[in-house]
Write a protein that binds this ligand. Sequence first.
Ligand SMILES: NC(=O)c1ccc[n+]([C@@H]2O[C@H](COP(=O)([O-])OP(=O)(O)OC[C@H]3O[C@@H](n4cnc5c(N)ncnc54)[C@H](OP(=O)(O)O)[C@@H]3O)[C@@H](O)[C@H]2O)c1
Length: 302
Amino acid sequence: MSSPRSPPEGGTVLQVGATGHLGRLILSELLARGTRVRALIRPGSDAAGLPTGLEIVRGDLLDPDSLQKAVDGATTIVTSAIGYSQRRDGDSLRTDREGNRNLVDAARRANVSRFVLLSILACDQAPDVPHFWAKKETEDYLAQLGVPFVSLRPGAFLYAPPGGYGQMIRQGLERGQVLGMTPEGVRITYIAPNEVARAIALAVDDPRALGRKVDLGSDRPLSGPEYASLIGQLLGRPVGLAPMSGGRSAPTDDIQAMFRFFQTGKYVADTRQQAALFGPVPKVEDAAREMLRGLGLLPAAR
Ligand SMILES: NC(=O)c1ccc[n+]([C@@H]2O[C@H](COP(=O)([O-])OP(=O)(O)OC[C@H]3O[C@@H](n4cnc5c(N)ncnc54)[C@H](OP(=O)(O)O)[C@@H]3O)[C@@H](O)[C@H]2O)c1
């Protein structure tokens, strides 16, 4: 359970991306801490189903005027918004590049005291992965403009969200397979989205977090075969590896570049800062259990 902390000097947190899968978890964590939240929601996007007790402003990362209004009076900005998940026709990496720059410009003009960016693990080592590099460019732009920021860089989420990706995981597990992503001996970091949301909410007002880029992960990285074996142990039945091309839709060039980057062994979190700031680093077993519970394949936690 989340431990309550005081909101940042009674200020307002502008959250961008609150309707997303992770965005909703972040919103719940912020509200549970008594934080005053203003959510920036795109015109036409459905805000129904969001918890009560927050202010909603309409705006778009690609519309700078709307951002200026949204940021006005906010002390802190938290963003997990992305265009590369293509929730709408026309969504693209332009959101992650130009949209994030617009938000940083607005933050600078409004003189916010903190900008919390949900980044990606090892983004600064992956110039060939467009959605990773867009996060690195946003971090650089924050530094260039002198906006006080915290960048949290999680590894791969262990989850099965609604939609195509979650569907692929479900169907794979029905066949007794998971997508391993790396061969034996090459490991990557996994993390539960709940843990990411918890860290973001803590980063909003922890003075020690300011100015840091913090890797987020579980207690140890896993190779593909180790991941399959872990899921098998938790389910009590054998689980093998699906071929990388096993999904129904072909991965985009961006996602294929990410898979290639995973093979370098550089997608591994150094969790020392995470432990110092946010407490004990969770076990990867717990993240996997949470995913399987979400899929209804393990009973809910008591
Ligand atoms: N999956 C992983 O393994 C992994 C690993 C490391 C880091 N991450 C990071 O984790 C985050 C995942 O977030 P998520 O699960 O919430 O993503 P998501 O479900 O794809 O949601 C994206 C959010 O961005 C909003 N958005 C898109 N374009 C926008 C625009 N032009 N202006 C304003 N808002 C816009 C969407 O709003 P609408 O409702 O209007 O569409 C939605 O709220 C991302 O930052 C990702 O880079 C993920």
